[in-house]
Design a protein around this ligand. Structure first.
Ligand code: NAG
Ligand code: NAG
Ligand code: ZN
Length: 592
């Protein structure tokens, strides 16, 4: 995940905070509700009022069995052709010998710092890329079977593409992706690490260090799984291709981007059966474990807002300088945030339905609203009002804006001729770069005209052409690096989705020796940030961002990009079980 992500774990919904707010519904709020009666927001007010009475709003455990249709669950999928091999591998995964070996493989990888920084220079100019050389040597010596059976192609020097050719060339290959690089460790934080960031220290339960859970667990997890499969004599029917970028944390410009050209060239458009990369995870929420498979990604757009006006000496100032005008524009932008809407068919809508259908301790009003949401707009608005109380959920659903950069002026006695700011947007999955352009333009247009500025927005002159103006407002794409929201991955009955969801269920229950495969709910959804898959859209429509990584209960949540990154060895062994089950299931599937 790139470092710009605030939170990667979209499953957290601290709606439980409502449980402690026992304030009675106030008279003034009731009046407000009356005043706004007959508008859809009234029902929202009403609902929030009810929510403040915890004893009315919550039952310890609801019987949700009648709501399953809101979020049908594919059956657990265990390998059948390869049943014996799967059983055999499953039992060896739990042995101390295997755990030791897996920990050593991952710890060794964590010990090699492969940090990628923003704005790195080209491969042969920036010395820092050389950090990947010892990492490649490490992979080569640690996974001898992988390196003798699979072919390795280095793409743009440090990108790694492995190909394990299957016996049936007619089958589209499985593509597994991960990234070699890690988020840089801020030297100022070194004292805060319990164990040094590149120690790979294993304390018997947790393996510590940068990359241990993002994303060397994925990369080493895949290679370890394949090394062991080869040792056991497995030969795939369907080819398996591995794509390991090396600057995912810096937008993948040199890694995944070049790998995508290579794969597109070799395998063609839609050349792969499915793609699984890092991303979603599973956690316990409202009385049940829910696994969220990333089936979309938000778009990204940095808009530069620049004001120009005549300079001059500041002893004879105009009423407003460019800085003053820009400030007014920025304040106006913040006063007009994007209104999020939980569009039917979007991944977060699907996720909300899955929560309603399967999480027994979900707040009752939310469940009831969601139950009716598919056919009732007012129920959908009620659900939104509750869900958007959760900042993260709200941010995941809507287009966000954040003014992150500002600059203007050079000297205290000179009027600034220009001032600019950059507004960062994460675009809702059902919106677009063009919609953001239109909406940003609309928000600032009339204010700009009040300041007597001509307006040029995204290359189009909108006002003031030929008419004298005091100054100029120019809106533009800040770095030419905008990104549309990713195409939605087919879910529901789509074979690839069913296979992955079934694999998640089989992995979860077999890891725990459970017979009941309904212990985990599988849901579509997405994270707030982007992955290397942003470059892989053309390779297959079946793109999944999911690495079956347990992130615990809400309270155990930790931000992987900050200090003290770790992975529990039990969680890691389950990751290996996930890749093993996935590879075998994909190999014998006739539906893909
Ligand atoms: C696993 O490693 C631990 C130390 O980390 C060691 O005490 C133990 O003997 C090892 N077990 C096996 C089966 O190699
Ligand atoms: C806008 O500024 C121009 C140039 O200074 C001036 O000629 C024009 O009269 C102004 N228009 C308004 C409406 O103030
Ligand atoms: Zn990552």
């Amino acid at each position: 995940m790139p470092p710009t992500i605030i939170v990667e774990k979209e499953g957290l919904l601290p709606l439980s905070s409502y449980r402690t707010q026992g304030k009675p519904w106030s008279f003034s709020k009731a009046i407000t509700c009356l005043i706004v009666a007959l508008t859809c927001t009234c029902t929202s007010f009403y609902l929030l009022g009810v929510l403040e009475f915890p004893e009315l709003s919550f039952s310890e455990e609801d019987d949700v069995s009648s709501l399953a249709h809101l979020c049908p669950q594919p059956p657990a999928l265990t390998p059948s052709v390869h049943a014996d091999l799967w059983q055999d591998l499953g039992s060896s995964l739990q042995t101390e010998e295997f755990v030791n070996r897996s920990v050593d493989w991952l710890a060794g990888a964590v010990r090699i710092p492969t940090q990628s920084y923003d704005k790195m220079g080209p491969i042969n100019e920036d010395e820092r890329w050389k950090a990947f050389e010892p990492f490649h040597d490490y992979l080569q010596s640690s996974f001898p079977k992988v390196h003798s059976v699979l072919t390795v192609t280095k793409v743009n020097a440090y990108g790694l593409v492995y190909e394990w050719i299957g016996s049936n060339r007619d089958l589209k290959p499985l593509l597994l992706a991960a990234h070699q690089d890690v988020v840089p460790v801020n030297p100022d934080t070194l004292d805060d690490w319990v164990h040094p960031p590149f120690s790979g220290h294993f304390d018997g339960k947790l393996l510590w260090g940068r990359g241990s859970s993002d994303d060397k667990n994925g990369l080493i997890g895949i290679l370890s799984t394949i090394e062991v499969l080869i040792e056991k004599g497995f030969n795939p029917r369907r080819s398996i291709v591995l794509a390991f970028g090396f600057d995912e944390e810096a937008s993948g410009l040199y890694g995944a981007r070049f790998i995508s050209y290579h794969l597109l060239d070799k395998y063609g458009k839609n050349g792969f059966a499915m793609l699984v990369d890092e991303g979603g995870d599973y956690m316990e929420e409202y009385g049940k474990v829910i696994a969220t498979i990333g089936t979309a990604e938000k778009g990204y757009f940095d808009v530069r807002v620049e004001v120009e006006s005549p300079g001059g000496h500041s002893s004879v100032p105009p009423e407003h300088t460019t800085i003053g005008i820009l400030s007014a524009l920025v304040a106006h932008i913040e006063k007009n945030p994007y209104k999020p809407h939980l569009g039917r068919g979007t991944p977060m809508y699907e996720k909300a339905l899955c929560m309603a259908a399967h999480l027994p301790e979900l707040p009752k009003p939310l469940r009831e609203a969601l139950q009716k949401a598919p056919t009732s707009d007012s129920a959908l608005h009620e659900a939104e009002a509750i869900l958007f109380k959760d900042k993260l959920f709200k941010a995941l659903v809507g287009t966000t804006q954040a003014v992150d950069l500002i600059q203007g002026g050079v000297k205290t006695n000179a009027l600034p001729e220009s001032a600019w700011a950059v507004v960062n947007h994460r675009i809702a999955t059902d919106s677009s770069v063009a919609a953001v352009q239109d909406r940003d333009t609309e928000v600032v247009l009339s204010l700009a005209q009040e300041f007597n500025l001509s307006v040029t927005a995204f290359g189009k002159q909108l006002s003031g052409e030929g008419v004298p103006a005091y100054g100029k407002l120019v809106l533009s794409d800040a770095w030419g690096a905008s990104l549309e929201p990713a195409p939605l991955t087919p879910t529901g009955d789509a074979a690839a989705y069913q296979l992955l969801a079934g694999t998640v269920k089989a992995t979860y229950s077999s890891h725990r020796g459970l017979d009941d495969t309904d212990d985990v709910v599988v849901s579509p959804g997405h994270m707030s940030g982007n992955t290397d898959t942003r470059y892989y859209w053309q390779l297959t429509p079946h793109i999944f961002r999911y690495n079956h990584h347990f992130t615990g209960k809400n309270s155990l949540f930790q931000d992987i990009h900050t200090v003290n990154e770790f992975i529990s060895v039990d969680a890691y062994i389950e990751v290996l079980r996930f890749f093993t089950t996935l590879i075998l299931n994909v190999d014998e599937s006739s539906a893909l």
